[in-house]
Write a protein that binds this ligand. Sequence first.
Ligand SMILES: CC(C)(COP(=O)(O)OP(=O)(O)OC[C@H]1O[C@@H](n2cnc3c(N)ncnc32)[C@H](O)[C@@H]1OP(=O)(O)O)[C@@H](O)C(=O)NCCC(=O)NCCS
Length: 174
Amino acid sequence: MARKKKYTRDSSVTMTELVLPNDTNTLNNLMGGRLMHWMDIVSAIAAQKHSNRIVVTASVDNVSFGKSIQLGNVVTLTATVTRAFNSSMEVHIKVTAEDIPSGKKFNSNEAFFTFVAVDQSGRPIDVPELVPETDEEKELYAGALRRRQLRLVLAKRMKPQEANELRSIFELDN
Ligand SMILES: CC(C)(COP(=O)(O)OP(=O)(O)OC[C@H]1O[C@@H](n2cnc3c(N)ncnc32)[C@H](O)[C@@H]1OP(=O)(O)O)[C@@H](O)C(=O)NCCC(=O)NCCS
């Protein structure tokens, strides 16, 4: 039976949070762990919407914190499914922070999380195919295969020799 197809826009999610005292460290900056918690939630919702299933976080690609987010800032997280494989989906999360009184807004973080759709017993189950439409969606879709192979090699779930998309990085041709 042909796999169902869904578009990126069918599952995109935007979540807004206000940084409160309980979210911050002793310098009044947003704690990294709190931000990652929000990133996990927004991306899990996007993956649930794409698959219409329960999902579990399988992996989190590297997250770096270049600029601190301050107490009182408004944080906006946007999650989009970039590509669906068999049971797994890669989700891209973009984070922006805004100081409303001064009108200053900046891009804070970007990350890729991978979710796996599971049945009631926790077993992986196939998800609909994702069809990218815009140029940005197509670029993220194309890069998703390379990122998947890299994370599976790092997780020792794929042999570097089998990671065709990574041959030029690992120079495995010899
Ligand atoms: C993720 C999980 C369901 C995978 O189960 P599994 O029995 O290893 O299943 P499989 O080997 O068949 O892999 C299923 C999918 O997960 C993907 N996957 C597994 N580990 C992965 C990893 N580290 N990174 C990215 N994808 C991964 C596989 O590539 C596969 O994708 P595909 O179906 O699209 O090809 C299982 O490891 C699990 O339940 N982990 C705990 C999840 C959890 O509790 N998350 C919260 C963390 S606190």
